[in-house]
Write a protein that binds this ligand. Structure first.
Ligand SMILES: Cc1cc2nc3c(=O)[nH]c(=O)nc-3n(C[C@H](O)[C@H](O)[C@H](O)COP(=O)(O)OP(=O)(O)OC[C@H]3O[C@@H](n4cnc5c(N)ncnc54)[C@H](O)[C@@H]3O)c2cc1C
Length: 506
């Protein structure tokens, strides 16, 4: 018997699982595929207030999101770090006074302490002006943060599991019915095909873009789910410029998009915003979206970005709350909405609509505030604890990454600097669990391509629920950008072997 069952292992489900487990509730989370395999690995990966949401007067959302930047940087300084964004002034688009006003609010409503404030930039002299067309002479530069989105999901799941939660990946929730004052939940293991029943006092539908599908087929609510599915795609091209700053560009269609240095050797460009129908699992970047992103970037950059340069694309579906559905896709609210269905004396169902990676922790707090009066009394950590306790591997000072890297270089001198940096960025203080007492690269086992070793793969299986090559190469890391087809096949084969021997050993 569980206190809380959660459907969906994206950022919202895992964030709620961590908070609830820490507060003392007995939690089960089921994810039909891999953790973060839905929208939560397809974001732009920004912890941001969302400058453009100010235009829609979403002050509460922007303020809450801005405040989360330093909170999340503080609890996960390995996977979250500050970025500077350059916003060039474009004489045919938003006026300069409006940009200045927006950035003034951005700097001042969100409790900024460590992040540097906005400044004006003379793009004809500054290094950030070099990649831009010469007509862009003035601009602003402001701060937001980066997050490794799919790793944030898995770290929340790990933290929840370490606090006693059951995390069932590759496990689909088939049905949930109210029976004798509890939820009777049927789960199917996607690997063995076996089904099992569990009981829970409360249920959370955190199925992201599948929230409506789960409402119809799993919990069988009759109401139409007020969710609007909006597709967003990104393209990745070889590195377009050398400095570390990002760009936020405006388009004539009022949309904005980002150009961001990515994985050392690449540049990330996104995103699009278009209504989506169909199965969210099948979403992919269309030829038109790729062309749109290339031509939008080429309007600002000296270099012409073409579809032939694209080395990878990814696409996700935003599950936005929208009761009317009559506005432009980009205007639908990015705020989250929680709907509690708690009939008298019946077990509660909480459904999550919308939300951003940035505000997942606050969403989890609000979700538990709704559910707490209807769940068994427990005595765990206090409300708000997730703002202060580090996520796995993040237990070092928020500005301490370089220091941690120096210390790790002394401890593991045999690792190439780029390899060590990648491991420390991914696993933080937990790198010891991969590297153990190794004193040479050979001791880490087979090298599968780029710098992926057998020791890392074994850790990913042991500690991070990795089962397939995609899990390891596209969600726990982005090594998929660097491995050849035959190397990917070797990783898949190695995982099969590791999983088999684990099962035999178990
Ligand atoms: C293009 C794009 C860019 C974005 N950029 C940003 C950004 O820069 N910053 C930001 O803060 N936010 C951003 N967002 C928003 C953010 O990514 C999403 O709001 C967030 O990831 C939603 O998380 P979720 O947990 O609700 O959904 P998901 O991550 O989709 O998780 C839901 C999970 O439920 C599982 N599931 C569904 N049905 C079942 C079932 N029956 N049984 C078991 N499991 C089930 C699915 O497999 C899925 O993994 C962006 C979104 C998009 C699409």
């Amino acid at each position: 018997m569980y206190d809380l069952a959660i459907i969906g292992g994206g950022i919202n489900g895992c964030g709620i699982a961590r908070d609830a487990a820490g507060r003392g509730w007995k939690v089960l989370l089921c994810e039909q595929n891999d953790l973060g395999s839905g929208t939560s690995s397809a974001s732009t990966k920004l912890i941001h207030g969302g400058l453009r949401y100010l235009e829609y007067y979403e002050f509460r959302l922007v303020r809450e999101a801005l405040m989360e930047r330093e909170v999340l940087w503080g609890i996960a300084p390995h996977i979250v770090w500050p970025l500077r964004f350059v916003l060039p002034y474009h004489n045919k688009l938003r006026p300069r006074w409006l940009l200045r006003l927006g950035l003034f609010l951005y700097d001042n409503i969100g409790g900024r302490k460590k992040l540097p404030k906005t400044r004006s930039v003379d793009l004809s002299r500054d290094v950030t002006g070099l990649p831009l067309k010469p007509q862009f002479k003035r601009g602003f530069e402001y701060s937001d943060c980066w997050v490794e989105d799919s790793r944030l999901v898995v770290l929340n799941a790990m933290a929840a599991a370490e606090l006693g939660a059951q995390i069932a990946t590759r496990t689909r929730c088939l049905s949930a019915t109210r029976q004798d004052g509890f939820w009777e939940v049927v789960l199917r293991d996607g690997v063995s095909g076996e089904t099992r029943n569990i009981r829970a006092c409360g249920l959370v539908n955190a199925a992201g873009p599948w929230v409506g599908d789960v409402a119809q087929t799993v919990t069988r609510n009759n109401d139409r789910a007020p969710v609007r599915l909006v597709q967003g795609s990104h393209i990745v091209v070889p590195k377009l410029y050398d400095h570390p700053e990002c760009y936020i560009f405006q388009n004539a269609d009022k949309r904005i998009f980002f150009v961001i240095p990515y994985e050392q050797d690449f540049t990330l460009i996104g995103t699009t915003d278009q209504d989506y129908q169909g199965d969210p699992a099948l979403v992919h970047a269309s030829v038109d979206e790729i062309a749109y992103l290339c031509s939008s970037a080429s309007d600002y950059l000296r270099v012409k970005v073409t579809p032939e340069m694209v080395v990878w694309t990814y696409s996700g579906v935003r599950p936005l709350y929208d009761e009317t559905g009559d506005s432009a896709a980009q205007a639908a609210t990015r705020d989250y909405v929680l709907k509690l269905d708690a009939p008298d004396a019946g077990p509660p169902l909480l459904s999550v609509f919308g939300g951003k990676i940035t505000t997942y922790r606050r969403l989890a707090e609000s979700a538990l505030a709704e559910l707490a009066p209807r769940l068994p009394a427990v005595s765990g950590r206090a409300v708000g604890w997730t703002a202060h306790e580090a996520l796995p591997g993040g237990d070092f000072p928020m500005e301490g990454f370089d220091d941690a890297l120096r210390k790790a270089a002394v401890r593991y001198p045999f690792l190439a600097p780029a390899h060590l940096r990648r491991l420390l960025r991914a696993y933080g203080t937990r790198i010891g669990e991969i590297l153990g007492g190794a004193t040479s690269l050979d001791e880490l086992g087979t090298l599968y391509g780029a710098d992926l070793t057998e020791a890392e793969l074994r850790y990913l299986v042991r500690a991070e629920w990795v089962r397939t090559a995609d899990d390891a190469l596209w969600r726990r890391s982005k090594l998929g950008l660097r491995l050849s087809k035959s190397e990917v096949a070797a990783v898949a084969e190695a995982l099969r072997r590791i999983l088999e021997t684990r099962e035999v050993a178990a």
